[in-house]
Ligand binder design. Structure first.
Ligand SMILES: Cc1ncc(COP(=O)(O)O)c(C=O)c1O
Length: 379
Protein backbone atom coordinates (compact mmCIF):
# COMPACT_ATOMS: atom_id res chain seq x y z
CA UNK A 1 0.00 0.00 0.00
CA UNK A 2 1.38 3.46 -0.86
CA UNK A 3 2.29 5.67 2.09
CA UNK A 4 -0.15 8.33 0.94
CA UNK A 5 -3.12 5.99 1.23
CA UNK A 6 -2.29 4.66 4.70
CA UNK A 7 -4.41 5.99 7.55
CA UNK A 8 -2.76 6.98 10.83
CA UNK A 9 -3.91 3.84 12.67
CA UNK A 10 -2.18 1.68 10.05
CA UNK A 11 1.27 3.22 10.40
CA UNK A 12 3.85 0.84 11.83
CA UNK A 13 5.91 2.70 14.43
CA UNK A 14 9.62 3.25 13.86
CA UNK A 15 11.23 4.30 17.15
CA UNK A 16 13.92 6.97 17.29
CA UNK A 17 16.02 4.46 19.17
CA UNK A 18 15.45 0.89 20.26
CA UNK A 19 17.47 -0.95 22.89
CA UNK A 20 15.23 -4.04 22.94
CA UNK A 21 16.56 -5.33 19.61
CA UNK A 22 20.13 -5.09 20.90
CA UNK A 23 19.28 -6.93 24.11
CA UNK A 24 17.54 -9.67 22.13
CA UNK A 25 20.78 -10.22 20.21
CA UNK A 26 23.26 -10.18 23.11
CA UNK A 27 21.10 -11.05 26.14
CA UNK A 28 22.73 -14.42 26.76
CA UNK A 29 26.24 -12.90 26.82
CA UNK A 30 25.06 -10.13 29.15
CA UNK A 31 23.36 -12.50 31.59
CA UNK A 32 26.50 -14.64 31.74
CA UNK A 33 28.66 -11.59 32.49
CA UNK A 34 26.30 -10.36 35.22
CA UNK A 35 26.15 -13.86 36.74
CA UNK A 36 29.93 -13.83 36.93
CA UNK A 37 29.87 -10.64 39.00
CA UNK A 38 27.14 -11.98 41.26
CA UNK A 39 29.16 -15.15 41.82
CA UNK A 40 32.24 -13.09 42.68
CA UNK A 41 30.32 -10.91 45.17
CA UNK A 42 32.70 -8.05 44.40
CA UNK A 43 30.72 -5.02 43.35
CA UNK A 44 32.94 -1.91 43.48
CA UNK A 45 36.44 -1.31 42.07
CA UNK A 46 37.16 -4.92 41.16
CA UNK A 47 38.56 -6.70 38.14
CA UNK A 48 35.70 -5.83 35.77
CA UNK A 49 36.18 -2.09 36.23
CA UNK A 50 39.96 -2.45 35.92
CA UNK A 51 39.56 -4.57 32.77
CA UNK A 52 37.13 -2.11 31.21
CA UNK A 53 39.41 0.82 32.02
CA UNK A 54 42.23 -0.81 30.07
CA UNK A 55 40.00 -1.83 27.18
CA UNK A 56 38.37 1.60 26.78
CA UNK A 57 41.71 3.41 27.09
CA UNK A 58 43.16 1.21 24.39
CA UNK A 59 40.05 1.63 22.19
CA UNK A 60 40.55 5.40 22.44
CA UNK A 61 44.32 5.22 21.90
CA UNK A 62 44.95 6.56 25.41
CA UNK A 63 47.16 5.25 28.19
CA UNK A 64 44.74 5.41 31.14
CA UNK A 65 41.03 5.01 31.84
CA UNK A 66 39.34 5.92 35.12
CA UNK A 67 35.83 4.54 35.61
CA UNK A 68 33.35 6.87 37.30
CA UNK A 69 29.64 6.94 38.02
CA UNK A 70 28.44 8.96 34.99
CA UNK A 71 29.52 11.16 32.11
CA UNK A 72 28.59 14.20 34.19
CA UNK A 73 30.87 13.07 37.02
CA UNK A 74 33.61 12.43 34.46
CA UNK A 75 33.37 16.10 33.43
CA UNK A 76 33.32 17.40 37.01
CA UNK A 77 36.33 15.29 37.99
CA UNK A 78 38.27 16.12 34.82
CA UNK A 79 37.68 19.84 35.41
CA UNK A 80 38.73 19.53 39.03
CA UNK A 81 41.87 17.58 38.08
CA UNK A 82 42.68 20.37 35.59
CA UNK A 83 42.69 22.82 38.47
CA UNK A 84 39.32 24.46 37.78
CA UNK A 85 37.89 26.02 40.94
CA UNK A 86 35.40 28.66 42.07
CA UNK A 87 35.81 31.94 40.19
CA UNK A 88 37.52 30.40 37.15
CA UNK A 89 36.11 30.47 33.63
CA UNK A 90 35.71 27.49 31.31
CA UNK A 91 34.90 27.90 27.61
CA UNK A 92 32.33 25.59 26.00
CA UNK A 93 29.67 25.63 23.29
CA UNK A 94 26.09 26.57 24.25
CA UNK A 95 24.71 23.99 21.81
CA UNK A 96 25.12 20.88 23.98
CA UNK A 97 23.43 18.88 26.72
CA UNK A 98 23.19 20.84 29.94
CA UNK A 99 25.68 18.57 31.74
CA UNK A 100 28.60 20.13 29.83
CA UNK A 101 27.78 23.44 31.51
CA UNK A 102 26.48 22.20 34.83
CA UNK A 103 29.73 20.32 35.46
CA UNK A 104 31.50 23.69 35.31
CA UNK A 105 28.91 25.27 37.59
CA UNK A 106 29.21 22.38 40.06
CA UNK A 107 32.75 23.56 40.85
CA UNK A 108 31.64 27.18 41.30
CA UNK A 109 33.31 28.12 38.01
CA UNK A 110 31.61 30.13 35.25
CA UNK A 111 30.76 28.71 31.83
CA UNK A 112 31.81 31.08 29.06
CA UNK A 113 30.10 30.25 25.79
CA UNK A 114 31.59 30.31 22.29
CA UNK A 115 29.63 29.66 19.12
CA UNK A 116 29.61 26.60 16.88
CA UNK A 117 30.37 25.81 13.25
CA UNK A 118 27.11 25.64 11.28
CA UNK A 119 28.19 22.59 9.25
CA UNK A 120 29.42 20.36 12.07
CA UNK A 121 27.52 21.80 15.09
CA UNK A 122 30.84 21.77 16.99
CA UNK A 123 32.79 24.47 18.79
CA UNK A 124 34.92 26.80 16.63
CA UNK A 125 38.48 27.56 17.66
CA UNK A 126 38.34 31.19 16.46
CA UNK A 127 35.26 31.80 18.60
CA UNK A 128 37.00 30.19 21.58
CA UNK A 129 40.04 32.41 21.23
CA UNK A 130 37.88 35.55 21.36
CA UNK A 131 36.46 34.50 24.72
CA UNK A 132 39.74 33.80 26.52
CA UNK A 133 40.44 36.02 29.53
CA UNK A 134 43.03 35.88 32.33
CA UNK A 135 40.48 33.82 34.30
CA UNK A 136 40.07 31.10 31.66
CA UNK A 137 41.26 27.75 33.02
CA UNK A 138 40.09 25.17 30.44
CA UNK A 139 38.28 24.55 27.16
CA UNK A 140 35.61 21.87 26.81
CA UNK A 141 34.99 20.68 23.25
CA UNK A 142 31.89 18.58 22.66
CA UNK A 143 31.99 16.00 19.86
CA UNK A 144 28.30 16.39 19.15
CA UNK A 145 26.14 13.66 17.61
CA UNK A 146 29.19 11.41 17.07
CA UNK A 147 31.47 13.76 15.11
CA UNK A 148 34.76 15.12 16.46
CA UNK A 149 35.23 18.87 16.75
CA UNK A 150 37.95 20.40 14.55
CA UNK A 151 40.82 19.71 16.91
CA UNK A 152 43.91 21.01 15.05
CA UNK A 153 42.97 24.71 15.31
CA UNK A 154 41.60 24.10 18.80
CA UNK A 155 44.92 22.61 19.94
CA UNK A 156 46.77 25.60 18.48
CA UNK A 157 44.61 28.03 20.45
CA UNK A 158 44.94 25.94 23.61
CA UNK A 159 48.72 25.75 23.21
CA UNK A 160 49.04 29.48 22.57
CA UNK A 161 47.18 30.24 25.78
CA UNK A 162 48.47 27.24 27.79
CA UNK A 163 45.00 25.86 28.45
CA UNK A 164 43.99 22.21 28.81
CA UNK A 165 41.39 20.77 26.43
CA UNK A 166 38.74 18.48 27.88
CA UNK A 167 36.84 16.44 25.34
CA UNK A 168 33.17 15.90 26.15
CA UNK A 169 33.14 12.57 24.39
CA UNK A 170 29.73 11.50 25.68
CA UNK A 171 28.45 10.98 22.14
CA UNK A 172 31.43 10.07 19.98
CA UNK A 173 33.33 7.05 21.27
CA UNK A 174 34.84 5.36 18.20
CA UNK A 175 34.82 8.47 16.00
CA UNK A 176 38.12 9.46 14.43
CA UNK A 177 39.82 12.74 13.54
CA UNK A 178 42.66 12.45 11.01
CA UNK A 179 42.99 8.77 11.86
CA UNK A 180 43.02 9.26 15.63
CA UNK A 181 40.12 8.21 17.83
CA UNK A 182 38.29 10.70 20.01
CA UNK A 183 39.44 10.33 23.58
CA UNK A 184 43.09 11.11 23.03
CA UNK A 185 42.69 14.33 21.05
CA UNK A 186 42.89 16.61 24.08
CA UNK A 187 44.30 16.37 27.61
CA UNK A 188 41.38 14.51 29.18
CA UNK A 189 38.28 12.98 27.62
CA UNK A 190 34.98 12.25 29.32
CA UNK A 191 32.80 9.39 28.18
CA UNK A 192 29.18 8.74 29.11
CA UNK A 193 27.84 5.20 29.16
CA UNK A 194 24.25 6.39 29.66
CA UNK A 195 22.04 3.55 28.35
CA UNK A 196 21.14 5.23 25.04
CA UNK A 197 24.72 6.07 24.07
CA UNK A 198 26.48 4.08 21.33
CA UNK A 199 28.12 2.13 24.15
CA UNK A 200 25.49 2.16 26.87
CA UNK A 201 25.41 0.56 30.32
CA UNK A 202 22.25 -0.69 32.03
CA UNK A 203 22.24 2.31 34.34
CA UNK A 204 24.54 5.29 34.80
CA UNK A 205 28.29 4.98 34.21
CA UNK A 206 31.15 7.02 32.77
CA UNK A 207 34.91 7.15 32.25
CA UNK A 208 37.74 9.62 31.86
CA UNK A 209 40.59 8.70 29.54
CA UNK A 210 43.95 10.43 29.42
CA UNK A 211 47.55 9.97 28.39
CA UNK A 212 48.79 11.65 31.56
CA UNK A 213 49.95 9.42 34.42
CA UNK A 214 49.63 12.42 36.72
CA UNK A 215 45.96 12.97 35.87
CA UNK A 216 45.38 9.22 36.21
CA UNK A 217 46.69 9.15 39.78
CA UNK A 218 44.82 12.30 40.75
CA UNK A 219 41.52 11.11 39.28
CA UNK A 220 41.71 7.71 41.01
CA UNK A 221 42.03 9.63 44.28
CA UNK A 222 39.27 12.14 43.48
CA UNK A 223 36.71 9.48 42.52
CA UNK A 224 37.26 7.70 45.83
CA UNK A 225 36.79 10.35 48.55
CA UNK A 226 40.18 11.90 47.89
CA UNK A 227 41.81 8.87 49.53
CA UNK A 228 45.47 8.63 48.58
CA UNK A 229 45.59 5.44 50.60
CA UNK A 230 42.89 3.57 52.50
CA UNK A 231 41.11 5.76 55.08
CA UNK A 232 43.58 8.55 54.49
CA UNK A 233 42.12 11.40 52.44
CA UNK A 234 44.51 14.02 51.15
CA UNK A 235 41.73 16.29 49.82
CA UNK A 236 37.95 16.34 49.46
CA UNK A 237 36.82 14.00 46.70
CA UNK A 238 33.67 12.22 45.59
CA UNK A 239 32.15 8.78 45.74
CA UNK A 240 31.99 8.28 41.99
CA UNK A 241 32.81 4.78 40.82
CA UNK A 242 31.81 2.57 37.94
CA UNK A 243 30.38 -0.55 39.54
CA UNK A 244 31.31 -4.11 38.59
CA UNK A 245 27.93 -5.07 37.12
CA UNK A 246 27.95 -2.10 34.73
CA UNK A 247 31.61 -2.71 33.89
CA UNK A 248 30.94 -6.37 33.05
CA UNK A 249 28.00 -5.38 30.82
CA UNK A 250 30.07 -2.72 29.09
CA UNK A 251 32.92 -5.17 28.41
CA UNK A 252 30.48 -7.44 26.58
CA UNK A 253 29.05 -4.53 24.62
CA UNK A 254 32.48 -3.07 23.75
CA UNK A 255 33.21 -6.24 21.76
CA UNK A 256 30.22 -5.40 19.55
CA UNK A 257 30.78 -1.64 19.30
CA UNK A 258 32.81 -1.57 16.04
CA UNK A 259 30.16 -3.66 14.26
CA UNK A 260 27.34 -1.48 15.67
CA UNK A 261 29.10 1.69 14.59
CA UNK A 262 29.64 0.26 11.09
CA UNK A 263 25.89 -0.35 10.93
CA UNK A 264 25.16 3.23 12.08
CA UNK A 265 27.44 4.59 9.35
CA UNK A 266 25.76 2.44 6.71
CA UNK A 267 22.32 3.67 7.84
CA UNK A 268 23.53 7.27 7.74
CA UNK A 269 24.84 6.89 4.23
CA UNK A 270 21.52 5.40 3.09
CA UNK A 271 19.61 8.30 4.70
CA UNK A 272 21.93 10.86 3.12
CA UNK A 273 21.58 9.28 -0.30
CA UNK A 274 17.79 9.24 -0.06
CA UNK A 275 17.47 12.70 1.46
CA UNK A 276 20.22 14.39 -0.56
CA UNK A 277 17.75 15.59 -3.19
CA UNK A 278 15.18 17.04 -0.79
CA UNK A 279 15.67 20.81 -1.14
CA UNK A 280 14.51 21.99 2.30
CA UNK A 281 16.86 19.95 4.42
CA UNK A 282 20.58 19.63 5.02
CA UNK A 283 22.00 16.20 5.75
CA UNK A 284 24.99 15.76 8.13
CA UNK A 285 28.30 17.06 6.82
CA UNK A 286 31.43 14.99 7.46
CA UNK A 287 34.68 16.94 7.04
CA UNK A 288 37.47 15.18 5.11
CA UNK A 289 39.65 13.02 7.32
CA UNK A 290 36.95 12.30 9.88
CA UNK A 291 34.82 9.29 10.71
CA UNK A 292 31.40 9.98 12.25
CA UNK A 293 29.81 7.37 14.52
CA UNK A 294 26.26 8.72 14.20
CA UNK A 295 25.13 8.61 17.77
CA UNK A 296 22.44 10.73 16.17
CA UNK A 297 21.56 11.22 12.51
CA UNK A 298 20.60 14.88 12.65
CA UNK A 299 19.34 16.98 9.77
CA UNK A 300 18.62 20.68 9.52
CA UNK A 301 15.07 21.15 8.33
CA UNK A 302 13.04 24.14 7.24
CA UNK A 303 9.65 24.20 9.03
CA UNK A 304 11.24 21.85 11.57
CA UNK A 305 8.38 21.88 14.07
CA UNK A 306 5.80 21.08 11.39
CA UNK A 307 8.00 18.28 10.08
CA UNK A 308 8.26 16.83 13.58
CA UNK A 309 4.49 16.87 13.97
CA UNK A 310 4.05 15.22 10.55
CA UNK A 311 6.52 12.45 11.44
CA UNK A 312 5.11 11.93 14.93
CA UNK A 313 1.58 11.55 13.50
CA UNK A 314 2.98 8.86 11.24
CA UNK A 315 4.62 7.16 14.24
CA UNK A 316 8.15 7.97 13.12
CA UNK A 317 10.30 8.59 16.19
CA UNK A 318 12.19 11.88 16.16
CA UNK A 319 13.83 14.18 18.69
CA UNK A 320 15.43 17.59 18.99
CA UNK A 321 18.86 17.64 20.60
CA UNK A 322 18.76 20.42 21.85
CA UNK A 323 15.84 22.85 21.56
CA UNK A 324 17.25 25.63 23.79
CA UNK A 325 20.96 26.55 23.82
CA UNK A 326 22.46 26.77 27.29
CA UNK A 327 22.85 30.58 27.26
CA UNK A 328 19.07 30.93 26.97
CA UNK A 329 18.15 28.36 29.64
CA UNK A 330 17.05 29.43 33.13
CA UNK A 331 20.11 27.81 34.71
CA UNK A 332 22.26 30.53 33.10
CA UNK A 333 19.85 33.49 33.32
CA UNK A 334 22.26 35.12 35.74
CA UNK A 335 24.89 35.36 33.00
CA UNK A 336 22.62 37.90 31.30
CA UNK A 337 22.71 36.53 27.76
CA UNK A 338 20.03 37.33 25.20
CA UNK A 339 18.80 35.96 21.89
CA UNK A 340 21.31 36.82 19.19
CA UNK A 341 24.41 36.31 21.35
CA UNK A 342 25.29 32.96 19.73
CA UNK A 343 23.44 32.99 16.41
CA UNK A 344 24.69 29.66 15.04
CA UNK A 345 23.76 27.80 18.22
CA UNK A 346 20.34 29.44 18.19
CA UNK A 347 19.76 28.63 14.50
CA UNK A 348 20.81 25.01 15.09
CA UNK A 349 18.42 24.71 18.04
CA UNK A 350 15.59 25.95 15.81
CA UNK A 351 16.38 23.75 12.81
CA UNK A 352 17.73 20.36 13.91
CA UNK A 353 15.83 17.13 14.18
CA UNK A 354 17.27 13.67 14.76
CA UNK A 355 15.79 10.74 12.85
CA UNK A 356 15.54 7.08 13.92
CA UNK A 357 19.07 5.72 14.41
CA UNK A 358 20.19 2.48 16.01
CA UNK A 359 22.26 -0.41 14.63
CA UNK A 360 19.31 -2.76 14.10
CA UNK A 361 17.34 -0.26 11.99
CA UNK A 362 16.45 -1.84 8.63
CA UNK A 363 16.93 -0.51 5.15
CA UNK A 364 13.13 -0.61 4.63
CA UNK A 365 12.59 1.48 7.74
CA UNK A 366 15.11 4.08 6.56
CA UNK A 367 13.41 4.17 3.19
CA UNK A 368 10.03 4.74 4.83
CA UNK A 369 11.36 7.61 6.98
CA UNK A 370 12.94 9.23 3.92
CA UNK A 371 9.74 8.84 1.88
CA UNK A 372 7.69 10.56 4.58
CA UNK A 373 10.14 13.46 4.71
CA UNK A 374 10.06 13.83 0.92
CA UNK A 375 6.25 13.70 1.06
CA UNK A 376 6.15 16.44 3.71
CA UNK A 377 8.19 18.83 1.55
CA UNK A 378 6.10 18.12 -1.57
CA UNK A 379 3.12 19.68 0.22
C1 LIG B 1 27.16 15.95 25.37
C2 LIG B 1 26.89 15.29 26.69
N1 LIG B 1 27.62 15.65 27.76
C3 LIG B 1 27.45 15.07 28.96
C4 LIG B 1 26.51 14.08 29.15
C5 LIG B 1 26.32 13.55 30.53
O1 LIG B 1 26.48 12.17 30.62
P1 LIG B 1 25.71 11.33 31.75
O2 LIG B 1 24.27 11.29 31.37
O3 LIG B 1 26.35 9.97 31.67
O4 LIG B 1 25.94 11.99 33.05
C6 LIG B 1 25.72 13.66 28.05
C7 LIG B 1 24.75 12.57 28.13
O5 LIG B 1 23.82 12.47 28.80
C8 LIG B 1 25.91 14.29 26.81
O6 LIG B 1 25.19 13.93 25.74
Amino acid sequence: MSLARQTVSEFTPIPQMDLAAQYAAIGAEIREAVSGVLASQQFVLGKECAGLEQEIASFCGAAHGIGVASGTDALILALRASGVAAGDEVILPPFTFVATGSAVSALGATPVFADIDPDTFNLRADQVEKRITPRTRAIIVVHLYGLAADMDPMREVAKRHRLPIIEDNAQAIGATYKGQPTGALGDLACISFYPTKNLGAYGDAGMIVTNSAEFDTRLRTLRNHGQASRYNSAEPGWNSRLDEIQAAILRVKLRHLPEWERARRAHASQYSKLLGGVPSIQTPQIPAGQEHVFHQYTIRAQRRNELQKFLTERKIGNAVYYPVPLHLQGIYAKLGHKTGDFPESERAAAEVVSLPMFPELTSEQIQRVAEFIAEFYRN
